[in-house]
Structure formats: structure tokens, C-alpha cells
Design a protein around this ligand. Structure first.
Ligand code: AFP
Length: 337
């Protein structure tokens, strides 16, 4: 008889992560996050039938129009983690301020930062979507969180991961001891270990970037992307372009097959688009744990000292050698200009 793959809870029982405030508390939190993913997977599957597509008519703290599914995903994270989790504070890309979860008499040793629905331009066209989460220590458990409580460098993350809502739903996470991918079996309602100990190739043949922005990039970034298209059989070039509009989907491809994703800084917008705390930090932790690399082109993402909650950063992430190449082009530009 073939062996049944481990569920997330069984996996964490066999490989217990260091927990704060009592054994099993991080497992409980990851389990609650798993429930968020199952709920969203269900909603996304039938969103087109339930009037869940399109816009709410409102804008978020970043000034971006909110899709109905952004709102639903955000509410799902908040409701589930408030009720079931051991998180005392929740911060989201979609909310101006963090939410305090009062839990008198029981420890709430974690804070969760999340992008509830990544790639929301894909919602209305049935393309892949993601959710991203980062878990850090909640240091002042008895007080409503200040923004400053959440401003921790990425190296202090205790766990990070994402859901990929594609043909199947996957939960991929790290607690600092490697990266593990679980596929949701909807018939039994469990995530099952399908991708143990993911390791990225040190170089790939795929690049993911919104090349429509080419004219806005600094010279070094342009030269790097140009270089990927110059045929050189020995170097495995030209690379193939693959860009889905969903960071999670693009990075997931690289995690399994290698390559590079860039959302670089632009001449008139050097900070780029992606958010440090909700997107770059958690994806960087996952990728580094799989042997990859993540930087702004100059600075390691996980070493950036955040100065505000909704801070943006350029993100160059993927196979270590590919990211090093991109850095050398980007830094050369800094020297030449
Ligand atoms: P949205 O969730 O607002 O659609 O943004 C998605 C995202 O943060 C990331 O997932 C994509 O890689 C990137 O932005 C796409 O941005 P562009 O549409 O500017 O290429």
C-alpha cells in the first residue's frame, strides 16, 4: 500500500519549529493560516458565479482600487486569525493600520503580516493568484500594536510562506529549516506534503519582469535584461520570458525550475512597486531557505531596516547566480553614472 503523504500538522509534529509562548503555538498559527487558504481556494473557484469579481469602488492605503476579492481575502485572514490563531496583531497590505487581537489570559506571541491577494489583476480573467504571509514575534502582547512594533528586518521572521491558487492550491512555507510545499487535496480537505525540501537550481533559464516598463528603468537594469536575450548557447541564453502578473506564481516557477524575477526600481520611482513587509520579506525568506537570493540590486532584502509599514522596495529574486549577475549590472550602472 502506498504511504499517505504527511499533512501540514503531521509534518510540523514530526519537525517541530521553535515555538514562542508554549509548544505547538506556531503549528496552531500555521494551521489557522492553512484554513484561510482553504477558504480562499473555495471562494476563488466559484467567484465568477457569486458576483465576487470586479471592483468595490474603494481605494486602499496605497491609493490602488480595491477588487471585491481583495476585500474578501483580507476579511478572511482577519476573521480566521482573530478567532483561531495565536496572533496578537495582524497587518495587511490592504489596511492602513494593524489590527490588535485582544486575547486576555492566553499568549498571543505572534504578529502576522500579509498580502491577502497577490496578483489581483488576474482575478477577473481566471489566472493564478496568491496570498503571502510573514510571521514575526509580538513583543508587547498586552498593548495595541504601534506601526513601529511591526518594523522588523526580514531576518527576524520566524516563518514565511505563500498560497498559490493555480490549477491546484499549494501552501509553501519555511520556518527557517528549509522550504516545504503542500498541495491541497480538496476531496479530503487537507494539504499534503508534495514538495519536500525544495532547493532552487543556482541558475535558471527563465526571467520574469514587466518589460513594458523598460524605458523607465535605469541603464544597468536595461543592460541586464538585454543580456538575457543575447544568444549564447554555452551560457544557456536567450532566457525565456515568463511573466504572469502574480509574484507568487512567478517566484514559484523559479523556486522549482530556477531563474530570476525582477520588479526593479525606476528612474522616477526608485523604490519600485512591491511592499517590503508583505511581499519582499516573506518571498525572500522562502527563496533564501531554498538556496536562492533576494536583493534590491544593491542590498539584501532581509537586511533592510523598515522605516514605514507600507514601504516599497525594488525586488530582484531567484536563483543565486542569476541574482548576482543582475546585481553586478545594476551596481555597475551606479559606478558609471
Ligand atoms: P496586484 O496584486 O496589485 O495586482 O499586484 C501584483 C504585484 O504586486 C505582483 O504580484 C506582480 O508581480 C506585480 O505586482 C505586477 O505588477 P505590474 O502589473 O506593474 O507588472
Amino acid at each position: 500500500m502506498s504511504q499517505q503523504p504527511l499533512t501540514v500538522e503531521q509534518f510540523l509534529m514530526a519537525n517541530p519549529p521553535a515555538s514562542l509562548g508554549g509548544a505547538g503555538s506556531l503549528t496552531a498559527l500555521l494551521s489557522a493560516i492553512g484554513l484561510v487558504g482553504k477558504t480562499l481556494a473555495r471562494d476563488l473557484r466559484i467567484a465568477g458565479l457569486l458576483n465576487m469579481l470586479g471592483m468595490t469602488g474603494e481605494t486602499n492605503v496605497q491609493g490602488e482600487s480595491i477588487k471585491k476579492l481583495d476585500q474578501i481575502a483580507n476579511d478572511t485572514f482577519i476573521e480566521v486569525l482573530q478567532r483561531d490563531g495565536v496572533a496578537g496583531a495582524l497587518a495587511s497590505e490592504e489596511m492602513e493600520k494593524p489590527v490588535f487581537v485582544a486575547s486576555p489570559g492566553r499568549p498571543a506571541p505572534y504578529m502576522v503580516l500579509f498580502d491577502p491577494l497577490d496578483g489581483s489583476s488576474n482575478t477577473d480573467v481566471n489566472m493564478p493568484l496568491g496570498s503571502i504571509f510573514s510571521i514575526i514575534e509580538h513583543q508587547h502582547q498586552d498593548q495595541p500594536p504601534e506601526d513601529s512594533d511591526l518594523l522588523r528586518k526580514g531576518i527576524h521572521q520566524l516563518a514565511a510562506g505563500y498560497f498559490l491558487f493555480g490549477p491546484s492550491t499549494m501552501l509553501v512555507f519555511t520556518t527557517g529549516k528549509g522550504v516545504f510545499g503542500f498541495t491541497l487535496d480538496p476531496t479530503v480537505g487537507e494539504y499534503q506534503l508534495s514538495h519536500p525540501g525544495i532547493k532552487m537550481p543556482s541558475r535558471g533559464k527563465v526571467y520574469a519582469v514587466n518589460e513594458g516598463n523598460y524605458e523607465k528603468w535605469p541603464t544597468g537594469t536595461k543592460r541586464y535584461v538585454d543580456s538575457l536575450k543575447k544568444p549564447d548557447k554555452a551560457a544557456g541564453r536567450p532566457y525565456s520570458g515568463r511573466y504572469s502578473g502574480c509574484l507568487v506564481a512567478d517566484v514559484h516557477r523559479l523556486l522549482l525550475g530556477g531563474g530570476i524575477y525582477l520588479y526593479p526600481g525606476e528612474i522616477n520611482k526608485p523604490e519600485g512597486k512591491l511592499r517590503l513587509l508583505y511581499e519582499a520579506n516573506p518571498m525572500a525568506m522562502v527563496v533564501e531557505q531554498a538556496g536562492g537570493r533576494a536583493s534590491t540590486g544593491v542590498t539584501r532584502i532581509l537586511e533592510i531596516e523598515p522605516i514605514k509599514l507600507h514601504q516599497r522596495v525594488p525586488l530582484i529574486i531567484g536563483s543565486a547566480d542569476d541574482v548576482r549577475d543582475a546585481e553586478s549590472y545594476i551596481q555597475e550602472r551606479a559606478v558609471l553614472s
